[in-house]
Design a protein around this ligand. Structure first.
Ligand SMILES: NC(=O)C1=CN([C@@H]2O[C@H](COP(=O)(O)OP(=O)(O)OC[C@H]3O[C@@H](n4cnc5c(N)ncnc54)[C@H](OP(=O)(O)O)[C@@H]3O)[C@@H](O)[C@H]2O)C=CC1
Ligand SMILES: O=C([O-])CC(=O)C(=O)O
Length: 276
């Protein structure tokens, strides 16, 4: 048999911004080894807080300011507060590179980043994150989607402090029964709940956009999980999906979110990709 030389592609260099509930798990998975990927750098608010954990990694990455990451990475993964999205994404997509965005709600306020990516050959990737079924929603969107409706139900801890709750003086701390605190569009929800319903923003970007995707948000003292139910009606299929997320150490963030990012990274170099 002919000796076929295996073509070797250089590893993709990954930078991670934020070492909270999501970033820490992603960094650890990269350090344990994901085919064809290497963790080159991280960016955090308080490097001292993360020093010993990073030193314990097999291959400790460089700790750099956000603006230095583009020089040492091909892909940046944003796992940080939503206000940082622009500063993280813009340098990468301007240089034809990829930015994986978790704070999906912020993209609705910075939609020009998508145009910036288009003009420069970059790409913004929004993983399914804490949600479910974005493969089916993107497929249905190739045809015509009539409606997308989402209902989110969270423990009080998963919603406390959201700007919409504070601005409207809604007292959720002492509720004893489920309380509907919001009913509106995904765009309005992203403004009022920037750290609580990125899922609604991701759903809207996959489907019919932030002004036609609607969401109800309930605070429910009886639930312990972050629960999302989605109903989609389209000209190819009608489907309903629901997920009950176990909160991570950040009560707003489901444990599955970091796993979704790791699965997304695995697909980058996998010999078999399943799902759109
Ligand atoms: N798309 C989805 O499905 C989901 C999205 N999310 C979103 O993902 C994002 C990350 O979530 P999560 O991991 O739970 O958040 P955490 O609050 O647990 O972690 C945020 C991290 O950001 C870091 N950070 C803060 N300021 C800066 C800065 N100036 N430079 C660099 N790093 C900084 C913090 O650093 P330090 O530790 O030093 O303070 C912290 O490590 C949030 O916006 C969240 O809303 C969450 C769940 C689901
Ligand atoms: O969308 C978010 O920001 C977080 C969320 O609802 C979840 O983790 O279930």
């Amino acid at each position: 048999m002919a000796n076929v030389e295996k073509s070797v592609r250089p590893d993709l260099r990954i930078a991670v911004v934020g070492l909270g509930a999501i970033g820490t798990r992603v960094v650890e998975a990269l350090d344990r080894g994901l085919d064809g990927l290497v963790l080159s750098a991280v960016s955090v608010q308080n490097p001292e807080k993360h020093r010993s954990r990073l030193a314990g990694l097999i291959r400790p990455p460089a700790v750099l300011p956000i603006e230095a990451l583009v020089d040492v990475a091909d892909i940046v993964i944003e796992c940080a507060p939503s206000r940082l999205v622009r500063s993280i994404v813009a340098p990468f997509v301007t240089n034809g590179k990829t930015a994986v965005v978790l704070s999906a709600g912020a993209l609705l306020d910075h939609e020009d980043l998508i145009e910036l990516a288009k003009q420069n050959g970059g790409q913004i990737v929004v993983p399914t994150g804490a949600l479910i079924g974005l493969d089916a929603v993107t497929a249905a969107a190739v045809g015509k989607i009539h409606s997308v409706r989402m209902v989110t139900r969270k423990p009080v801890r998963g919603l406390a402090g959201a700007p919409y709750i504070v601005e409207n003086n809604i007292d959720i701390e002492r509720i004893t029964e489920p309380l509907k605190i919001f009913d509106g569009t995904a765009r309005e929800a992203a403004k009022g709940f920037p750290a609580n319903v990125n899922v609604a923003a991701a759903l809207s970007l996959a489907g019919i956009g932030p002004d036609r995707t609607t969401i109800e948000i309930w605070a429910d003292p009886a639930v312990t999980r972050n629960m999302h139910r989605i109903d989609v009606d389209s000209d190819s299929a009608r489907f309903s999906m629901s997920i009950e997320n176990i909160p991570s150490e950040n009560p707003k963030t489901g444990l599955i979110t970091a796993l979704s990012v790791i699965a997304c990274l695995r697909k980058l170099r996998a010999p078999l990709r399943v799902g759109t």
